[in-house]
Design a protein around this ligand. Structure first.
Ligand code: HEM
Length: 346
């Protein structure tokens, strides 16, 4: 359990109706208002991938860390202010990256279709094109989200599932945002790409090395996380990274599930999927059937993308993704509390 997990009461108020008029999300939401949208996102993601094939990981993870915390409203992109610590500065988000990719896309969009595309939708599309770029299918995703006005680090600590959780704990966190066991298993398949730091496996390496890891694998992990045989306590070495999927690290495929069967699941949360009766069958299905994994991943990603969304006249369309537009703040927005007065200091 993450030490800061209980900072906040876990209520899902953000799933309740929000001020303003809501509207439906649509796949072709920007068809007329910004026909260049998909091409711009796809090109930037492709360029990044050519420069660095590990770029797809952090880009996909951003969407998850946004949606689980207050809904898919780009709150993860807002900067902290003098009086408020934002989500991106939460300890649990220490390794979030790719913010510059979102900014690059947003800048191009503001030139082509100013004030039209939300940062929340950029996050959704970047996730979709990152999967595609890494070798997965091109998924349809609903659009028309609007950007939120608040962002609290404590919410990230509360709502993001910790790497040390077992299935019961993970399910609890998924249920809070309206997702189920199937979503949990298939979306964990995102760990078929991307990287992790020693901190995220510390509970399986110290004080004892988890015997469920194959010996050769735990040896590699320990070697990575120690300095000449000494553990770099208390935080290990936060600069060392290793692949979530050591077999096909930058390819979006079903190798993650095969890894789970071979006890190569990196985090406690990963290995629990195979150890627990409730989820093992699904792991086996996806390990043996990549098409089934691809199909359900698209469905669950779309479901995740609908968590607590702002639509219609709710929220705003930010001009820049890291700061909310002060001139758009009206009584009908969701802002409450002291940081409203400090909006220009962000
Ligand atoms: C089921 C609960 C989950 C837990 C406990 C979890 C935990 C983690 C942790 C601890 C890391 C490594 C952080 C680090 O050490 O730097 C990570 C990386 C990652 N996670 Fe998850 N995750 C979960 C679900 C998801 C979901 C639903 C997605 C996306 C749909 C996702 C996508 C990723 C990606 C792509 C990375 C690699 C990021 C990079 O390369 O920088 N995860 N996750």
């Amino acid at each position: 359990m993450h030490p800061m997990k209980f900072h906040f009461l876990k209520t899902n108020e953000f799933l309740l109706p929000q001020p303003g008029t809501a509207a439906a999300l649509k796949v072709d939401f920007y068809k007329n208002a910004c026909p260049q949208l998909h091409e711009i996102v796809q090109k930037v993601v492709a360029t990044e991938f050519q420069l660095d094939p590990t770029s797809a990981g952090p880009q996909l993870r951003l969407f998850f860390h946004d949606c689980f915390v207050g809904g898919c409203d780009a709150s993860v992109l807002l900067n902290s202010t003098d009086v408020n610590q934002a989500e991106k500065d939460a300890a649990v988000n220490f390794s979030l990256g790719s913010f510059f990719v979102i900014d690059e896309i947003k800048q191009q969009l503001e030139q082509e279709c100013p004030g039209v595309v939300s940062c929340a939708d950029v996050l959704a599309l970047v996730a979709v094109y990152s999967v595609k770029q890494a070798g997965g299918p091109l998924y349809e995703i609903d659009l028309g989200r609007r950007d939120g006005l608040t962002s609290y680090a404590a919410s990230s600590e509360t709502f993001l599932p910790a790497f040390s959780l077992n299935i019961s704990g993970l399910l609890e966190d998924f249920h809070v945002v309206g997702l189920n066991l199937l979503d949990l298993v298939v979306l964990s398949g995102a760990h078929t790409i991307g990287q992790a730091h020693c901190n995220s496996v510390v509970n399986r390496l110290y004080p004892q090395v988890d015997p469920q890891y194959p010996k050769y694998y735990s040896k590699q992990l320990v070697a990575n996380c120690t300095d000449n045989g000494y553990l770099k306590l208390p935080n290990f070495d936060n600069n060392t990274q290793f692949f979530n999927d050591p077999i096909t690290p930058t390819r979006f495929d079903n190798q993650y599930f095969k890894n789970l069967e071979a006890n190569l699941g990196l985090f406690t949360s990963d290995e629990s999927l195979f150890n627990d009766e409730r989820t093992r069958k699904l792991v086996e299905t996806y390990a043996s059937n990549q098409d089934a994994f691809f199909k359900q991943f698209g469905i669950s990603l779309r479901r995740m993308g609908k968590i607590g969304v702002l639509t219609g006249t709710q929220g705003q369309i930010r001009n820049q993704c890291w700061v909310r537009n002060s001139h758009n703040l009206k009584a009908s927005t969701r802002v409450q509390g002291p940081e409203l007065r400090n909006v220009d200091k962000a």
